[in-house]
Design a protein. Structure first.
Length: 264
């Protein structure tokens, strides 16, 4: 009866059976499966202006000059709810990150703020992202807010060049892009860059999904569009299922019960 349906204050007959079913447009999983990357936007799914507000208090990256960053390790529980796993450093082996300031080092960062992680649109994004990639309970998910600001010119990759991040599932969401020229993303079939696949300049709200173990990527340097004003570009990076043995060893040490993508 209608009265029974409405007793909780809403009409469940108008609600989708699966609220995450249409989070991504239908072509996203198809193109990701066929070409190992997909570009779309989630501006209708999140409060982008509110998310941009969390850029203001980012701490400086202690390992990389002219970069700001927070990061947290997240996972899904058995009910599919998003949980914070706790502290664990970021670790990238030299085979994946050949920048002198970052390779083969443990890097510790301040976590994402509780106010950010408590947002319903942040939780929905993480759940939908995990569903897109088939990430299950207790699998570690690394979520970062990171970026650059200032004047002159800066390499956002700090010498990494064409690279892979050492995982299977990787997505890059642009939060803001103010007074920026450059920062074009490039995808390649090989690390040498002799087999280019695609080029794209992402606007705020655009997200690039990559099968990181199947291709390589880079981004151009950033400079001011108006030389009299500073620039700013911040992104969210979210990834999981690491193929980097160094990162997996550190994850196992900090999260003994985690489900890892063991390579041996």
């Amino acid at each position: 009866m209608k009265l029974e349906i409405l007793k909780h204050g809403f009409d469940v007959t108008t609600m989708p059976l699966d609220p995450l079913a249409d989070y991504w447009s239908p072509e996203v999983p198809t193109t990701l499966r066929q070409q190992h990357w997909s570009l779309t936007d989630i501006r209708s799914r999140i409060d982008l202006e509110a998310w941009q507000g969390f850029v203001a208090d980012l701490p400086r990256d202690p390992y990389v000059n002219r970069r700001w960053k927070r990061m947290s390790w997240l996972t899904l529980d058995s009910h599919g709810d998003v949980e914070v796993m706790g502290d664990c450093p970021m670790a990238q082996g030299g085979s994946f990150n050949d920048a002198e300031s970052m390779a083969d080092r443990l890097r510790y960062y301040d976590p994402l703020t509780p106010d950010f992680l408590a947002r319903s649109d942040v939780k929905a994004f993480v759940r939908a992202w995990a569903r897109l990639w088939g990430i299950g309970p207790r699998e570690p998910i690394l979520m970062q807010i990171t970026g650059v600001r200032g004047d002159g010119r800066v390499d956002p990759l700090q010498g990494q060049g064409i690279h892979a991040d050492g995982c299977k599932a990787l997505s890059i969401l642009v939060l803001n892009r103010e007074n920026v020229t450059g920062a074009e993303n490039h995808l390649y079939a090989d690390k040498a860059g002799t087999r280019p696949l695609a080029d794209a300049t992402l606007a705020p709200g655009d997200i690039l999904h990559l099968c990181d173990d199947r291709l390589y990527h880079s981004v151009d340097g950033i400079a001011q569009q108006d030389a009299t004003l500073p620039f700013e570009r911040f992104i969210i990076i979210i990834n999981s299922r690491f193929v980097d043995d160094f990162q997996n060893r550190i994850l196992r040490r900090h999260f003994p019960e985690a489900v890892l993508n063991e390579t041996h």
